[in-house]
Every structure is written in C-alpha cells, then in structure tokens.
Design a protein around this ligand. Structure first.
Ligand code: SF4
Ligand code: SF4
Length: 131
C-alpha cells in the first residue's frame, strides 16, 4: 500500500532534478568554486602552499629572480579539493573563491591559477624555479 502511495506522490510532485545546463541551481553565498588570487597584494609568504593538504600550490619565481619575496603561488586546480585552508591562512586575505564550478579543461593550462609573469604555455610552472 505504501508503495502505491509513494508512486502517486511522485507522479504529482515536481522533479527534483534540473535540466542542466539550461537550468542551474542557485549557489550558496560561500560556495567554493575556482580560486582567484589578488597577486598585486600577495606578499609571497608561502603560507598557502604550506597548509594546502592536496599539495595543489607551487610557489614560483618570476624569470631571473630567485629571492623568496618575489615568489607567488600557482594553484593546480585539478589537485585542489576546495577545502579553503589557503584562503583562511593567508595573512593578506588575497585568496578567494568564485562561483565558477565548470572547471573541466582540454589542457593543464586551463586548470591553473597562475601569476601574471607565468608565460602562456608554461602554466605548469615546470620551467620556473620553485620557492
Ligand atoms: S582550497 Fe585547499 S586544496 Fe585547494 S589550493 Fe586551497 S588549501 Fe589547497
Ligand atoms: S598566503 Fe596569501 S600572501 Fe602568502 S603567498 Fe599565499 S596568497 Fe600570497
């Protein structure tokens, strides 16, 4: 009897699924999507890279510079678990999360958040010295 009731209830109720991508769910205000970094105000302290449990952040230096202060974080989004630890620990609060969640990419370059000095085509940071 209860099965029949359940079936009837489901026939008259609205579907819980959405016709994605035409329809999209409204995201919570604090949803953690693609990371964004205000590189102009980053001080290169490296705390974000130190606390990242997924080892998703590499500190990279601009070409020709080896000093610790000039290094900046490069985030490998394909490793990131969106835990928010990097944003929490950042002393300058320059790391934040957007609502962008469609992060699939055909190449690695599209899956990194890199400082402006990282050349296009080298966003894996392999040719840059690590801090
Ligand atoms: S959100 Fe978490 S996993 Fe992603 S880069 Fe920050 S600390 Fe690492
Ligand atoms: S913790 Fe903040 S200030 Fe320090 S390197 Fe990371 S982003 Fe820059």
């Amino acid at each position: 009897m209860s099965v029949i009731k359940e079936v009837l209830r489901n026939i008259i109720s609205r579907p819980v699924t959405l016709k994605y991508p035409q329809e999209r769910k409204e995201l919570p205000e604090r949803f953690r999507g693609r990371i964004t970094i205000d590189y102009d105000n980053c001080i290169g302290c490296g705390l974000c890279a130190r606390v990242c449990p997924a080892l998703a952040i590499t500190m990279v230096n601009p070409p020709g510079k080896k000093d610790i202060r000039s290094r900046r974080p490069l985030v490998h989004l394909y490793k990131c678990i969106f835990c928010g630890q990097c944003a929490l620990v950042c002393p300058r609060k320059v790391i934040s999360f957007t609502h962008e969640y469609e992060l699939a990419s055909y190449d690695k370059e599209g899956s990194v958040v890199a400082p402006p000095f990282v050349k296009k085509g080298n966003k894996g940071g392999r040719e840059l010295s690590k801090g």
